[in-house]
Design a binder for this molecule. Structure first.
Ligand code: ACM
Ligand code: ZN
Length: 775
């Protein structure tokens, strides 16, 4: 039988195509986060780890890592590969001195695995790569007989972009039990993160046993119960109240955490925050506060208001003796070469009035209180460096004065640029900009998120962060040690609240910290992330699925409402309904802006293969005479006042408009034709703890020509009406009879400073406005 040339080529190409698809399939199976420097899949072969698998090592260091690898199989597999020294084996550890620190190469073939590295970290990261390519059941704590521990054949050559790849965890605001800390550390290891910045002290609790000063934990680790209130709403304690909330790590427990982290190549960097964020310490030892502080100092359950101004006295030598005593024990306990000494948000209210602090300024010939903080940080740094032989780290406020010698600065405020002032003086620095890497912020559309502070840092925001900016002096790049995700725990009250905020964004932090610049590819990152999340599922770690939720944006457009729906994941379908029925896997797909001109209940959700992934968006679009009309006197973003959508209880959800601090908000609505008017209203929100309150005064005027206006109503509110506690929405309205106008002007005055009995005494308040209603 002969085959025509044509048919031959067809079959030939079919074979080629099948092989290519096969290859693709295999590479699809290798989904690694962080993305390796270089990765090749080598055909469809696999290597399977069984009870007969033998690992060969060259020395004790490698043996420790091989034992760790072997131990991964004990619970889920019911076996542990054996380890030999320089023997015949299936998995071979081999030192390659020429490799860079933390780098490794990995060859997986059907008859074995070869791992090369120059140091323990390199071998450990090779093992983490294997862990991520194994079935996720490797994380299970129960034996699964049906699992094949199979790894696809591949060749990887890998190493990190930055040497500092960190997570900061604040255990002061919420005390996370030791076991939960360990779980987070293990999830870090899987991402090849290597620094755990442990924020152990703050106003809200002292979390590390210091034997010389037992009251730090007897008193400083415990606070009053205000758990029924959101953190910013919590009132300060009074002396007679009991303090049941808190906890601390004993030095023995901390040693366990340190050892667990060390086994995973993670350095624990302790932070002892000073001179501020010290109410917990000063509650225990008030003698180290400035003597001008006369009020009761307690461990704060919340922001603290003016009590947050209570800081260590810089004029009292005994303060330094006290802190040195703490540092003695911290330096001995933590093997890290670093101690972080904070230095953030030190309000100088009491230093300005304190005779001891003022005498210090005089004696040391300092310019002002800012330089007094410089003196403070330098004096402590000198002790850490010269007496303890360790290095010092601090927040970027240290750049406000002379920097301690050699200090590493953490850029955090805004985009972290204050750290560049330190870089300009030759200091190493770490970037953890609040606007991108603070994991306390909202990670997705706020309507679906638990309450927290400020705006959004979504998974994609974190992923797209490029630390080295075009406008930097070239010398800065060499001083940048790396980046850190920072998890502040004001809004956490269970371990799952903490992991929900950390994951999955920590995987994006790892990607930015590890993977080479220019290697980003959002869809492929998501695939790799899904693999990592399978491992978290198998470990029972709670993480956010916010990346599947829908962000809506509704804006007036030619007398209609234009609705935009967005999901951060491009691999989902957004499906919606407008008729009140549930969106399901066969509902219409959203693929362009919707134009709405009626009262409609829009419901939408994301789907993959017909299965709902995200939470359901319920978006009522409610029309009144002002909806989608013309707004004058405010910037374009204020059109949300006329978009038919009411804001949620979060004033930062992009449905609320706020003006400049302490300035009235005034705007005019052009109804486009003369209309009968019986009611003019605007929504306002109260968020007591954040100082968001209702206006002092509302005035509504109408006009036919936009020139001469007639007042149709005014409302004035008293302090009692304005500064109510809680989080709620009110409609401020004015009703009239027989009014007709084309133009309606609203003027709303801000209420001024919060009163003395407020949780923010004397601080300026803000107003946030939402939907305008004209009927
Ligand atoms: C900080 O967020 N206060 C460092
Ligand atoms: Zn003082």
């Amino acid at each position: 039988m002969t085959m025509s040339k044509n048919v031959f080529y067809k079959i030939f190409f079919l074979i080629i195509t099948c092989t290519a698809v096969q290859g693709n399939l295999w590479s699809q199976n290798i989904n690694l986060v962080p993305r390796p420097l270089d990765m090749q899949t080598t055909g469809k072969e696999t290597f399977t780890i069984t009870p007969k698998t033998v690992i060969s090592v060259e020395n004790d260091e490698q043996k420790t890592i091989a034992e760790y690898f072997s131990s991964l199989f004990i619970l889920p597999g019911g076996f542990a590969p054996s380890i030999v020294v320089n023997g015949n084996a299936d998995i071979v550890f081999q030192t390659e001195q020429t490799m860079k620190p933390e780098s490794y190469s990995l060859q997986v073939k059907k008859n074995g695995i070869l791992i090369k590295a120059a140091d323990s970290s390199g071998f450990f990261y090779a093992v983490q790569t294997l862990r991520l390519t194994l079935p996720a059941q490797i994380e299970n704590r129960v034996a699964r007989q049906d699992t094949n521990w199979t790894i696809p054949a591949m060749e990887i050559s890998d190493g990190p972009r930055f040497s500092y790849r960190g997570l900061m965890l604040d255990v002061s605001r919420y005390f996370l039990p030791k076991e939960e800390v360990l779980k987070i550390i293990d999830c870090m290891a899987l991402l090849k993160l290597n620094k755990f910045h442990f924020h152990l002290t703050d106003d809200n609790g002292w979390r590390i046993e210091i034997k010389k000063y037992p009251r730090l934990t007897e008193v400083g680790a415990w606070r009053v119960n205000r758990e029924n209130f959101a953190f910013p709403d919590r009132r300060n304690p009074s002396p007679e109240e009991s303090t049941p909330i808190g906890g601390y790590y004993t030095q023995e427990q901390m040693k366990e955490i340190i050892a667990y982290a060390q086994q995973r190549q993670i350095e624990i960097i302790p932070e002892i925050d000073m001179p501020a964020h010290s109410n917990a310490a000063l509650a225990a030892y008030p003698e180290y506060a400035c003597p001008v502080v006369k009020k009761f100092i307690g461990v704060l359950p919340g922001l603290g208001g003016s009590n947050a101004d209570i800081i260590y006295c810089a004029g009292n030598d005994k303060t330094f003796e006290f802190l040195q005593g703490i540092i003695d024990e911290v330096a001995a306990l933590f093997p890290s070469q670093y101690i972080h000494i904070g230095g953030d948000e030190a309000w100088k209210t009491h230093w300005k009035e304190c005779p001891l602090c003022q005498a210090r300024i005089k004696k040391e010939q300092l310019q002002n209180e800012e330089d007094l903080q410089g003196y403070f940080m330098q004096r402590i740094s000198k002790y850490i460096q010269e007496v303890k032989g360790k290095k010092v780290m601090g927040w970027d406020e240290l750049t406000n004065s002379k920097l301690p010698e050699g200090v590493t600065i953490f850029g955090w405020q805004g985009f972290g640029n204050a750290a560049l002032k330190a870089a300009a003086q030759g200091h190493p620095f770490v970037m953890t900009p609040a606007r991108l890497l603070y994991l306390i912020r909202y990670q997705g559309p706020q309507w679906f998120e638990p309450l927290t502070y400020f705006g959004n840092n979504t998974l994609k925001d974190v992923y797209t962060y490029e630390p080295i900016q075009e406008n930097w002096d070239p010398s800065y790049a060499n001083l940048l040690m790396g980046i850190q995700g920072s998890m502040w725990t004001e809004f956490c009250s269970t371990p799952r609240d903490v992991t929900y905020q950390i994951f999955p964004r920590l995987a994006a932090v790892a990607e930015v910290a590890w993977s080479v610049r220019g290697s980003k590819d959002w869809p492929s990152f998501l695939k790799s992330l899904d693999n990592y999340l399978n491992h978290l599922d198998a470990k029972g770690i709670i993480y956010a699925k916010s990346m599947y939720n829908i962000q809506h944006k509704v804006v007036p457009a030619d007398n209609k409402l234009k609705v935009k729906l967005e999901c951060e994941r491009p691999d989902v379908e957004i499906r919606y309904t407008l008729d009140g029925t549930e969106p399901i896997g066969t509902s219409p797909i959203y693929n362009q802006d919707l134009l709405i001109s009626d009262n409609v209940l829009l419901q939408a959700a994301t789907f993959v293969n017909g299965k709902q992934k995200g939470k359901k968006l319920i978006l009522p679009l409610q029309w009144n005479k002002a909806t989608a009309k013309k707004l004058q006197g405010l910037p374009k973003e204020a059109e949300i006042l006329l978009n038919g959508v009411h804001g949620s209880l979060k004033q930062t959800d992009f449905e609320w408009y706020t003006g400049e601090m302490s300035k009235p908000i005034s705007f005019t609505i052009d109804l486009l034709k003369s209309e009968k008017i019986s009611k003019c209203a605007v929504g306002c929100i109260t968020n007591y703890g954040m100082g968001v309150h209702k206006p002092r005064k509302m005035k509504v005027e109408i006009s036919e020509d936009n020139q001469s206006f007639t007042t149709i109503g005014e409302r004035n509110y008293t302090d009692t009406e304005i500064f109510k506690e809680g989080n709620f929405i009110e409609e401020l309205k004015i009703e009239v009879q027989n009014a007709t106008a084309r133009y309606v002007r609203f003027t709303l005055e801000t209420p001024g400073n919060c009163p003395t009995d407020h949780v923010r005494p004397g601080q300026a308040s803000r107003i946030y406005l939402d939907e305008v209603i004209i009927k």
